[in-house]
Design a protein around this ligand. Sequence first.
Ligand code: MG
Length: 274
Amino acid sequence: MVVQSACAMKHLFSYWDSIADKIKNAKHVILLLDYDGTLTPIVERPESAYLSSQVRDCLQELVSFHSLTLGFISGRPLNDLQAKVGVTDALYAGNHGLEIEGPNTSFVNPEAAEAIPLLHTLGQNISLAIAGIKGAWIEDKRLTLSLHYRLVDEAQYNRLNDIFNESIREPLAYDRIIVTSNKKTYDIRPSVNWDKGKAIEYINKTLFPKNKPLILVVGDDKTDYDAFRVVNTTGGISIFVGNASIKAPASYFLQSTNEVHQFLLRFQSTLNCQ
Ligand SMILES: [Mg+2]
């Protein structure tokens, strides 16, 4: 017999009727979507992750609902995220929420902005240090860095880890950076008290100082967990994309990006019935 823990994630579509009621009854809804692994499948190189025109059209139609604020929240830099998604008049939060832009909002975390020169130099140093490892590369996203190693031969992983750990040893020891590991990527962020969850709190407070909107957030990796935790405390709906056996702090899960696309269609129909 399989015993499920009380906090196990539930499949979103199995509870759709009650969720649709919640959406219909909300005065205002915020829907925040991650990009890679959520709207598009994970690919070998991030520049190859394209959104289908069908999904983009659906998202663009969602923007026209006055009862909805649509946003995208990703580890990608803001300009890259905006270009990849290509939906106008939406809210965009890049670099894990360190930079936010949209109708009536423009924000860059000031402490992170101060760390740009440090990150740039660190990015150059890591880039030089890993030059001999085929398939490893550093993406300088100004406010953060990513070391991508999806294309590295597994036999090289230990060597890569040793070189990487040596490169970040000093800024890590002086608490200048935070390093997280995610799906064949190391994310390096400035050591500031900010994440996707904090970005959601900022959006909520700035755009909706008086009313309490219903917040839905959809994401697939560990950086989304901060967002899930904040949304859970607001009585919102947190949705993990991936295998239900993963212990993500979300209330619901969807198995794949295809299911996320189905969810968007259901969500749109629900708003139409409001
Ligand atoms: Mg993702």
